[in-house]
Design a protein around this ligand. Structure first.
Ligand code: SF4
Ligand code: SF4
Length: 395
């Protein structure tokens, strides 16, 4: 990259240092120190001239992982099924999930709480324009890019610049995130987001606070805002034994998702190839994934039978609930009206030939909440080839 990194702008001067206002932690950062995520620092010379609140972003444009992935790996099952996506990962995270599978890139805080020099991270520096250009030329067709692996939101300034560069090239922005960010940044980022998989790690404020180092209210607000802005949203919960796998807690989460998506109308099958009446009902997909011990988590892995039972219970509330991280388990998308398989998935092998006819593009944009749609949020409903009921899937 050329020139100095841009300054972090989600912050305010306070006393002898700066308050980072990007996420609910609202870290107070002293000169020479960094926030909890380790990627936002204050110059040692602060408040020397120029005496203004501005954080340094030592990892601006530092891409720690870059790979072509199937969209199903994000996971997104109702967004461009079977497509590929260039996926970029970053350094650092504002949470401390003890089972983090990407802890080598997400947990980079210096041991002394931020006063030590910026820890080295192996990665590749790419300007937002360079990353968008790579996405445009990617083998998967250049239609979309994912910000993923560790936590993109702590790099809000870089993320926003990348999303704008991608939009200018007609590339769709896909965000994979914990959703723990304050509303100002959330609004700016989600206005440029086309599709998102958002973690709902637990439905307990105490678990978020005590175990994960995050904020349930912030995550819920982020999900609500994404839906209201018309972003294609899917939700993931890593079902972790003894932490968030209680029946009552999972049911509460399912009802929250159902209430959110209940305003989206879709058409019931009328039979004999004739569309029936419209109904309103839940449509946001929920991914319940199995947890395996990693990093600081030595608990037992999720029992597959218990996870499948949880999925079955959730399906009494939501029509599209999927298992994750259970090898060999089918993750098909079925018609919610007649049960016919619309998209067949075996691992990352995807057969979408069961999807029937798409309804004309754009006709249902308003049904997804409208919002500042941009060019990449075409809402398509597919008509089941067997019964003609519609299923919300975006292409
Ligand atoms: S983004 Fe980082 S520095 Fe800012 S408040 Fe959150 S954890 Fe702290
Ligand atoms: S939010 Fe994601 S990247 Fe961050 S610690 Fe948790 S699992 Fe790891």
């Amino acid at each position: 990259m050329n020139g100095a990194n841009p300054e972090g702008r989600f912050c305010e001067a306070e006393g002898e240092g700066c308050r980072c206002t990007l996420c609910p932690h609202r870290c107070f950062i002293r000169p020479g120190g960094s926030g909890l995520c380790a990627v936002r620092r204050l110059n040692r010379a602060y408040p020397g001239p120029p005496a203004k609140a501005a954080l340094e972003l030592p990892y601006y444009g530092c891409i720690t992982a870059l790979a072509e992935d199937p969209i199903e790996k994000k996971p997104l099952f109702h967004w461009r099924p079977g497509s590929g996506i260039l996926s970029a990962g970053f350094a650092g995270c504002n949470l401390r999930c003890p089972f983090c599978q990407n802890w080598r890139i997400s947990q980079i805080s210096p041991a002394d709480g931020g006063a030590a020099p910026v820890p080295p991270v192996s990665g590749r520096r790419l300007s937002p324009e360079a990353l968008a250009a790579l996405a445009a030329d990617s083998p998967s067709g250049g239609a979309q890019i994912a910000y993923t692996y560790s936590e993109p939101l702590v790099h809000a300034e870089y993320l926003l610049a990348c999303m704008e560069a991608a939009r200018q090239r007609g590339i769709a922005n896909v965000l994979v995130t914990n959703g723990c960010v304050n509303l100002k940044a959330a609004g700016e980022i989600l206005a440029l987001t086309d599709a998102a998989n958002i973690d709902l790690k637990s439905f307990s404020e105490e678990t978020y606070d005590r175990v994960l180092g995050g904020s349930l209210p912030a995550a819920l607000d982020f999900i609500r805002l994404a839906v209201s802005l018309g972003v294609h949203v899917e939700i993931t919960t890593l079902v972790t034994p003894g932490l968030n796998d209680g029946d009552a807690e999972l049911e509460e989460a399912a009802r929250f998702i159902a209430d959110l998506s209940g305003e989206i109308p879709w058409t019931l099958a009328g039979g004999n190839g004739v569309p029936g009446a419209e109904k309103r009902g839940p449509s946001i997909p929920w991914h319940l994934s199995a947890c395996h011990p990693d990093w600081n988590w030595n608990g037992p892995p999720t029992n597959p039978a218990r996870l499948l039972a949880a999925v079955e219970r959730a399906r009494t509330i939501l029509p599209h609930v999927y298992t994750g991280n259970i090898p060999g388990e089918p993750e098909d998308t079925s018609c919610p009206h007649c049960g016919a398989v619309l998209v067949k998935r075996r691992g990352y092998q995807v057969d979408a030939s069961g999807l029937g006819e798409p309804l004309p593009s754009g006709t249902r944009d308003a049904a997804f909440g409208g919002g500042p749609a941009g060019g990449n949020r075409r809402a398509l409903f597919y008509r089941c080839a067997a019964c003609w009921g519609t299923t919300p899937i975006r292409a």
